[in-house]
Write a protein that binds this ligand. Structure first.
Ligand SMILES: [Zn+2]
Ligand SMILES: [Zn+2]
Length: 384
C-alpha cells in the first residue's frame, strides 16, 4: 500500500476526525497481529497505527499536510534519533506542541526540526516499551498434530549483566555534568522569523542524568545494553495452523526508563505434507482401490497422522467418492476433539492383465451385453 497516511487509512484528505477514527478501527481489526493471517500484518498494523496517531492530532496533522509525507518522515526521523523507536503513545512527537501551527513558509522546517530535537530530549526520559523481537520457524504437519516444543534462537538487546544496565562500573567516580551543571537540560535561544524562541533540550553530555562517570562499563561501553543470542523454548500447541503466531510477553528487548519489555513473536510455518492436505482442522487424503473392491465393497486401511484406521468401502462405490473418518483430522486448538479425515477413493484401472484376467473381463463384458472386439484390450492398454 502507499505510504501516505491518508492512503494507508483509505480516507480523503479532508476526512473528519471521526471518519479517520472509524477507518482506523476497521484497518486495525483487519491487520491486528493476533488475528490477521497476512504475511506482513504486523508492519501494516504499525503503519495504520502511525497514520491514525498523526492524523487524529490537530497539530501533527497540520504539520503533515504542510510538509508532505517525505519531509514529515525525515523530520521525524531526525527528531526521534535520541529516543529510539517509540511505540506511539499519544502524540508521536513527544511533548511540546507546535507553536508555529498554521504559519508554514520559509524556515518552517528548520524550526520544526529543532523543536523535534528538543522534544526528543523529553522523550529520552520517558518510560518506553522495548522493541518487539520476531522469529519464524517451520514445523511438520505431524508436529502440528501432536504439538511440540522447540528451541528457537533469537538475537536481542538485553540489560548489560556487568553493570546492571547502569553503563558504568559501580566504583566509578561520579561527577556533576559540566555541560549542564547537573540539571540534565540545556537551554538555547534561537532567532526565528517569528521572534526569539527558547528551547530546552536534554543535555547531550550526560543524557539528562546530570552526572558523568569517570569510567564506562567495559562490557557495554556505557550504553547499559548488550546484544545476546538466546535459545528460547517455545511450546506449539496441538492443532496450530500455518501462519499463526505465538506471543511471549516481555521476551523482547528491555524497556527504557522503567518501561516494560517488548514482546517476542514467533510465527509458525507448517510445512505441506506429502499425503495429507489440510483444510482448517480437516485433512484430505486420496486412496487407491481396485475395480473389484469398488464393485464388491471392502475394508481398507487408510493412514492418519496417528496410525492406520479402517475404512469401509461400500459395494458399488464410484471413483472419486469421498468418505469421512470422523475425528481423524487435526486437533482443535481449544483441545476439544479433532477435525475429520476425508478420504477420496480412486478406482485404479489395471494396466497389465494376465491372460486369465483378460478372459474373465471379456466374459464379464459379454455377460453384460457388451460386444468386445479383438484387440480392444490392447488398444486400451496402449492408450493408458
Ligand atoms: Zn549534562
Ligand atoms: Zn555494562
Amino acid at each position: 500500500m502507499s505510504e501516505d497516511f491518508y492512503d494507508v487509512l483509505g480516507v480523503s484528505r479532508d476526512a473528519s476526525k471521526d471518519q479517520i477514527k472509524n477507518a482506523y478501527r476497521k484497518k486495525a481489526a483487519k491487520y491486528h497481529p493476533d488475528v490477521s493471517d497476512e504475511d506482513d500484518a504486523e508492519e501494516k498494523f504499525k503503519k495504520v497505527q502511525k497514520a491514525k496517531e498523526v492524523l487524529t492530532d490537530d497539530e501533527t496533522r497540520q504539520m503533515y499536510d504542510q510538509l508532505g509525507h517525505e519531509r514529515f518522515q525525515q523530520a521525524q526521523k531526525r527528531g526521534a534519533g535520541g529516543g529510539g523507536g517509540g511505540r506511539g503513545q499519544g502524540n508521536p512527537f513527544g511533548g511540546g506542541g507546535n507553536p508555529f501551527g498554521g504559519m508554514g513558509g520559509g524556515g518552517f522546517e528548520d524550526i520544526f526540526n529543532n523543536l523535534f530535537n528538543g522534544g526528543g530530549g523529553q522523550r529520552r526520559n520517558r518510560p518506553q516499551q522495548g522493541r518487539d523481537v520476531a522469529q519464524r520457524i517451520s514445523i511438520d504437519l505431524e508436529d502440528a498434530y501432536h504439538g511440540i516444543e522447540r528451541d528457537v534462537t533469537i538475537r536481542r538487546r538485553e540489560v548489560c549483566p556487568e553493570c546492571d544496565g547502569e553503563g558504568h562500573p559501580e566504583d566509578a567516580d561520579v561527577n556533576t555534568c559540566s555541560e549542564c551543571n547537573g540539571s540534565g537540560q540545556q537551554t538555547s535561544v534561537q532567532q526565528t522569523p517569528f521572534g526569539r524562541v527558547q528551547q530546552t533540550t536534554t543535555c547531550r553530555a550526560c543524557g539528562g542524568e546530570g552526572k558523568t562517570y569517570s569510567e564506562d562499563c567495559s562490557e557495554c561501553r556505557g550504553s547499559g545494553r548488550v546484544r545476546r543470542t538466546r535459545d528460547v523454548t517455545i511450546t506449539i500447541p496441538a492443532g496450530f495452523r500455518d501462519g499463526q503466531r505465538l506471543r511471549y510477553r516481555g521476551e523482547g528487548e528491555p524497556g527504557e526508563n522503567g518501561g516494560p519489555n517488548g514482546d517476542l513473536f514467533v510465527e509458525v510455518n507448517v510445512r505441506d505434507h506429502d499425503e495429507f492436505d489440510r483444510d482448517g482442522d480437516d485433512l484430505r487424503y486420496t486412496h487407491p482401490i481396485s475395480f473389484p473392491q469398488a464393485v464388491f465393497g471392502a475394508t481398507v486401511d487408510v493412514p492418519t497422522l496417528d496410525g492406520d484406521e479402517e475404512l469401509k468401502i461400500p459395494a458399488g462405490t464410484q471413483s472419486g467418492s469421498t468418505f469421512t473418518v470422523s475425528g481423524a483430522g487435526m486437533p482443535h486448538l481449544d483441545g476439544r476433539g479433532h477435525g475429520d479425515l476425508h478420504v477420496e477413493v480412486h478406482v485404479v484401472t489395471p494396466e497389465d492383465l494376465n491372460s486369465d484376467q483378460r478372459e474373465a473381463l471379456k466374459e464379464f463384458a459379454e455377460a453384460g451385453g457388451e460386444e468386445v472386439k479383438e484387440g480392444l484390450f490392447q488398444k486400451l492398454k496402449n492408450s493408458l
